[in-house]
Structure formats: C-alpha cells, structure tokens
Design a protein around this ligand. Structure first.
Ligand code: ATP
Ligand code: MG
Length: 596
C-alpha cells in the first residue's frame, strides 16, 4: 500500500523541494510546474521537450541520450537522478542511451572508477548495450578541429599563467581584457600548439584559447580555454597526447560525434549552453544538432555530493571507503541495504524541475522502508540481550514455533523458531518499577511473547553492580499461539530468541554522516561537521538460528520490532555482520499524514 494519496503527492513534491533559502515564489512556480506535469500524462518537463521534438520529427524521429560520467570517483545518488533521466527517457520513448566516459583528465581518472560506474548503472537496472564510448576516442577528431580553428583564426596559444588569464576575465558587468597573445600570427599558433602536444613545454606554460569575445555578456565566451598541457599518461591513450581538451571543448562535440539528440545535464551547465552550441556549430550542419536540456541537481540533507569531498573522506580514512554505508554513493547505499527500487522511487518522488532544492534524507529513508516492508523477510534478533527464564517450563523441552516470514508477502511462507525455557529479550523491554504507561514486561504483569505464549513476570535478579542479570516469568500453556487461550487481551508483545539456539552477531548501526543539515552551505572545513557518532558497533546481538544459516551478503531482513538490516560483505559463517539500513519508525510518513 502506498501511504500517499495521489493528490497529496503534489503537496509532497512541493514540500520536498523546499528548503530554507527558497522563496514562496519558487514554491508557486513549482506548483505550476507540477500541475503541468499532471496535465501531461505524468511526463516531466524534460520528457515533454523530448516528446515535442519527436512529434515534430526532429533528428528523423530519433532519440539518443547519454550519461557522461567522469571516471574520477564513484557514483553517488545525485548521479542516480541523472542516470534515471538519461536511461529512463530513452526507455520511455523507445530511444537509446550511450554510456560515455568523459576521460579528459588523466591526472584524476582511474579504471577502478570505470568498473565501479558500470557496476552501479547495472545495479540500478539500466544497460547501455553496445553503446559504450569514451571521450578519449575523439581526441584525434577534436585535435583536428582545433587545428582547423587555429587556421581559420578562431583560436590562439596564450602563454600567460592561469592567474593572469583569470585577472583579465573581467566581471559580469565589466568587459575583460584581451591577452597580449591574442593576435599572434596563425603560423606561430599552429607551431606552438603542435609543440605543446609533443611535450616540448611544461604543464601550465601555455594553453589554447578560442578567440571569441572578451566583452561578451556570457563569461564563458570570453576566450575560453580549449586545451591544456598534461604530461601524466592517459589510462587508455598512454603517451599519445600531451594536450587534453577542456570539458567545454569536448562535451558538445562528443555528443555530436555519437549522434546524441538530447544532452540532458544539470542546471550549472545553463550558462555553458551557448558555448556548447558554438563549438558544435563548427561541425554541424542544419540537419542535426544535439539539444542540451538542464534540470535541478539532487542535493541531500546531512551529506555532501561533491566527488572531491567524498574522495577526501575516503583518502583521509574518515570513512571506511567509497562503499562505507554512511556514504551517499550508490555502492555505499547498496552496502547499507538500499534497493535499486527504493532509489528509483525516491527520484521519482522528488521529480525534475528547473529550481535548485535541498531534498530531505527522510524521504529517501521513507522510500527504502516502503520497499523493504514489501520484500524483507522477518526474523527475530535481540539487540541488547537480557536473559528471561520461564521457571515453570520444562528444562530440556524445545518447541518449534511457526513464524510468518513476511505478512506483506503471501509467497514468503513461514519458518520455525525454536522456543525453550531460557530466552533472550531486549533489556529495554523490562522495567522493575515501571511508570503507568509501560506496556512491556514488569513484575506481576502479563506480556505476550510473539508467536509463542503469554507469560507473567514474577521478578528478577541483580548482579553485584545492581544491574538486572536475569528476569523470571511463568508461562501459561493454554495460551500457545493458535490455541483459543491465546486470544486473551494482553497489552505488550515482545520478540525473543531462545538462549541455547541463538547465534551471536555483530551489528553496525549508522547515523547521519554530518551533524548539520546542509554541510555545503556552512563556512569552514566540512570535515569539522562530520557526526562523531555516526557509527556504533554492537558485537553481542542474538539472532535466530534460521537467519544465521541463510544469511548471504546483500540480503535484506526485518529484525522484528527493531528495523531493517542487511548482511554485510564482511559477514561469514561463524562471524555474522549486519548493517542497520533504517529503523521501522517513519517520522516522514507521520508528518505527511498529519499535514493532510
Ligand atoms: P565533477 O564534474 O565535479 O567531477 P560531477 O558530479 O558533475 O562532478 P560527472 O561525472 O561529471 O560528475 O557527472 C556525470 C553526470 O551526472 C553529469 O551529467 C552531471 O550533470 C550528473 N550529476 C552529477 N551530480 C548530480 C546531482 N547531484 N544531481 C543530478 N545529476 C548529477
Ligand atoms: Mg561534471
């Protein structure tokens, strides 16, 4: 069951897209956009543009998108939003989507990232088929284009330092200044550029710039850099090149070479679009030109999305790796127990707009809870165990209790849970002197042991430190689950695991990676904002034997009454390790139902 009624979904999307900095005006605009979305068969604005282009017969009715990651880090949930757009739109309209590695900077890129990116896209449920490309495949063509532009007087070699070039850029309200090298003769430019590529000059000695307009309103037109010198060998092309194209000189042309029709990217590329078109027009004729469309990035509370910062966390050992379950990376989320469906549903809920927003992590958590509620097998595990002894239960008796493996899934069936005289229960489920509204176990009160019997607590024993060491109770044989006696009204129901059958496990419990809502908006070093309590490890969680036998890395379980847990890849027979994905309590759903 989806908890959100259809009308409420609009409301929800608006709320999710809101953040402290946003104005009411933006909310209203969003509202209109969402209303439009509903009037357009559920298509978002990008899909509507695509539909219009297809209906107008543009590009011969062809649709070809692309996802262009730079292999300089692992994919994060923001990339998932782009992937779902690029591959999803292609799927929806019967088009194709290329995977293109934007491998234009050998200093930062690595094959480790290439393989990880492919794995994560597949995990999300998408496939590029035989359309795997690399920007480095186009280095020869891009170089030829650069030579042609030099010959046509459209590019020049600038020997100034990057600081000097930046100082001449001007401001949005003031024109820039021409470089003293701007009008250098064509022959000299050709000679220098060729020698740049032969490795005759050190990195930073000179760059190739497009000769456009130092007074343009668009800062990107103020003689943008096309090529810089890099001596680091490239993982695919080795030492062939010593000059490497900048993003702006590579991206549009790569789209063009591949026949991409819709180049969908994030809003920060809006001011780049005219330059994208400028360079593509050096190649394209009237018949075909890729179209760039921009949507809002995904930003999530209590985390950062910058690959540079994520890399820093990994390199400095502030997290256990790219796949640390606290990371917003897809491999981190996977290790935490997130499912691809939960991520796709989340992205679907936040939607695509033209306004920047900060998305609440609670909604992502709601999405995984909703998905796992449908799928996760229910098992018994005791987080903080204390011994309960049923004094009137025979010493050596063991009964097998039949437990529903998942009440949400009729296919899941049942499994057997052994019951005996000594049981582990949660320490928090017992109080010697309880307040009035405590409906769990306390002396003199009856409580139900889930799927087993009703028991009456008779007392407890303390150790020398005054801590409760054992709790005592008597069971009522007439109240075994399934017998008429079991219908008796009892307020609390507790989960339990039989002491002689329990298997000890390690559980890693996670909290937010950062202690502030929007770390990227804070001054100072982002590392100082890390939550020092984001990982707690328990090594004496008691789980039921059936779970211990079947647990495989990546499996999702619901520990009854506790939350959703997944088996960590570190887990092995004899040393089970679980990651806590998320608790059961859905504060987000609660908030939403209150506001409806
Ligand atoms: P950088 O360029 O700083 O290394 P990046 O996050 O932009 O980082 P890319 O590998 O260039 O990384 O991104 C690939 C694609 O994913 C781009 O089209 C980009 O627009 C998109 N993308 C990146 N971050 C997000 C995000 N937070 N939300 C949505 N799309 C994103
Ligand atoms: Mg990028």
């Amino acid at each position: 069951m989806r908890f959100i009624p259809v009308q409420a979904r609009f409301f929800l999307v608006i709320l999710i897209n809101s953040n402290r900095r946003r104005t009411k005006l933006n909310m209203a605009e969003n509202n209109i956009e969402i209303a439009e979305e509903s009037a357009n068969e559920g298509l978002n604005f990008v899909e509507q543009y695509i539909k219009e282009d297809l209906e107008a017969g543009k590009n011969g009715g062809r649709l070809n998108t692309r996802f262009p990651p730079e292999p300089n880090g692992y994919l994060h949930i923001g990339h998932a939003k782009a992937i779902i757009m690029d591959f999803g739109a292609a799927e929806k309209f019967g088009g194709t989507c290329n995977l293109r590695f934007d491998d234009t900077n050998p200093q930062k890129e690595d094959t480790e990232y290439v393989e990880a990116i492919k794995r994560d896209i597949h995990w999300l449920g998408f496939d590029w088929g035989d359309r795997l490309y690399y920007a480095s495949d186009y280095f020869p063509k891009l170089y030829d284009l650069a030579i042609r532009m030099i010959k046509e007087g459209k590019a020049y070699v600038d020997e100034q330092s990057s600081e000097q070039i930046a100082a001449q850029k001007g401001t949005p309200t003031q024109p820039g200044q021409n470089s003293p090298f701007r009008d250098r003769p064509i022959e000299e430019n050709l000679d220098l550029f060729e020698r740049m590529n032969k490795g005759e000059f050190p990195e930073g000695a000179m760059v190739l710039r497009a000769k456009i307009d130092m007074a343009s309103d668009n800062m990107h037109f103020r003689d943008p850099i096309m090529y810089r010198i890099i001596h680091t060998p490239h993982w695919r092309t080795g030492n062939t090149w010593k000059v490497y194209p900048m993003y702006d000189f590579a991206h549009g042309q790569s789209d063009y070479f591949e026949g991409v029709t819709h180049s969908i990217c994030t809003l920060e590329f809006v001011p780049h679009r005219p330059l994208y078109e400028y360079f593509v027009k050096e190649l394209a004729d009237e018949s075909y030109c890729p179209r760039q469309i921009e949507f809002n990035r995904l930003n999530l509370t209590y985390t950062v999305m910058s690959k540079r910062k994520l890399l820093q966390l990994v390199k400095e050992g502030l997290v256990a790796g790219w796949d640390d379950p606290r990371m917003p990376t897809l491999c981190g989320l996977r290790r935490r127990g997130y499912t691809p469906e939960s991520i796709r549903n989340f992205v679907d809920r936040i939607g695509y707009t033209k306004y920047e927003a900060l998305n609440h992590i609670e909604l992502l958590e709601h999405s995984v809870r909703e998905d796992l509620n449908k799928k996760a097998i229910r098992v018994s595990a005791v987080n903080n165990p204390v011994k309960l002894i049923l004094t009137n239960y025979p010493e050596d008796k063991v009964e097998m209790m039949e437990m529903d493996s998942n009440p949400e899934d009729p296919e899941a069936g049942t499994h057997q849970l052994p019951f005996s005289r000594e049981l582990w229960i949660e320490r928090e489920d017992f109080m010697e002197n309880p307040p009035k509204k405590f409906f769990r176990m306390s002396p003199g009160k009856e409580t139900r042991l889930k799927g087993a019997y009703i028991v009456k607590c008779t007392g407890c024993k303390h150790n020398d430190n005054g801590e409760i060491e054992e709790i005592y109770a008597e069971y009522d044989p007439e109240t075994r689950s399934g017998l008429p006696g079991a219908d008796r009204k009892v307020k609390g129901t507790l989960h339990w695991v039989s002491v002689p059958h329990a298997v000890k496990a390690e559980v890693r419990d996670y909290d937010r990676l950062f202690s502030v809502e929007n770390p990227s908006a804070e001054e100072g070093d982002f590392r100082d904002l890390l939550n020092p309590d984001s990982l707690k490890v328990r090594d004496n969680v008691m789980v039921e034997p059936w779970l211990a036998e079947r647990a495989q890395p990546g499996d999702n379980y619901q520990f009854v009454r506790l939350g959703y847990y997944t088996v960590d890849p570190d887990s092995r027979p004899g040393h089970l390790v679980f990651n806590r994905t998320i608790g059961l309590k859905d504060t987000w759903a609660k908030e939403m139902s209150k506001s409806n």
